[in-house]
Design a protein around this ligand. Structure first.
Ligand SMILES: [Zn+2]
Length: 257
């Protein structure tokens, strides 16, 4: 069985059933656009296949009255959809069930929004280009026809915007989950919470001290200019002077009675 696209919502698979009608050309093209159509009727996912069994026509997808999606033609293949060779080669056609019939040919919001979501996915994963007025079409872009009807013409800006929103959604990387390492904190309780026992805490402090001394040593004592030893000697001298001052203060201080 020929697989449907790897969409993140269910796709009813009619690809082999449509192929059996013979109303498709099994040659592959690099698709560059999406074309919207309407049924000119209120057809179910199975219903449009039944039409295509007798009418020499097809499209890649259909969005039904409740926004469910069916696939009929491999996404890169040539569907008999636009009445235009170039359109059939390079565009992916999406049919939409009508909510009302002539003259308005209204399409339910759930139907066209579902079709737009699918188109956004196709631009992100198959066409690999951002959807614009230059590659999002209705059928009458390709030939003289009313399809996709006056209602879709009226809301076309909303339809295009919806395609663009979903394109952005499907091309935005998912946010990685929170890091598991603890974040720096000044909260003493939180810090102590990192250790199970007093010994763990002491070991961690000892390790930190050792690393600190190690960093100091490698930073200053491996100094090829030889200034590291001077800095270490200066530090030792400074510490000795401090201790001397502290001792003098201690010797001259008499506790008050
Ligand atoms: Zn059409």
């Amino acid at each position: 069985m020929t697989a449907t696209i790897a969409y993140d919502l269910p796709v009813a698979n009619f690809i082999d059933a449509l192929s059996a009608t013979g109303h498709v050309t099994h040659s592959k093209y690099k698709k560059t656009s999406v074309t919207f159509h309407h049924n000119g009727g209120r057809l179910s996912l199975q219903g449009i296949l039944d039409v295509w069994k007798t009418r020499p026509a097809s499209a890649h997808f259909q969005s039904d009255a409740s926004g469910r999606v069916g696939q009929y033609v491999d996404v890169n293949e040539y569907a008999w959809a636009t009445g235009n060779t170039y359109g059939n080669c390079y565009s992916i056609s999406i049919e939409m069930a009508d909510l009302t019939l002539a003259p308005e040919w209204k399409v339910a919001e759930v139907t066209w929004r579902s079709a737009a979501r699918l188109a956004g996915w196709l631009f992100a994963k198959v066409i690999k280009a951002a959807p614009t007025r230059s590659n999002v079409f209705v059928h009458h872009h390709w030939k003289s026809t009313d399809c996709a009807g006056p209602y879709i013409d009226k809301i076309f800006n909303d339809l295009l915007e919806e395609v663009q929103v979903w394109y952005k959604h499907f091309t935005t990387p998912t946010v990685p989950s929170k890091p598991t390492t603890p974040t720096p904190t000044d909260d003493w309780e939180a810090i102590m919470g990192l250790f199970n026992t007093k010994d763990e805490f002491i070991a961690a402090v000892a390790k930190g001290t050792e690393q600190g001394v190690g960093n100091y040593m490698s930073r200053f004592l491996k100094d090829e200019a030889g200034t590291g030893d001077t800095i270490l000697d200066d530090t030792k001298a400074h510490r000795a002077a401090e201790l001397d001052v502290l001792n003098k203060i201690a010797a001259n201080t008499t506790p008050k009675v």
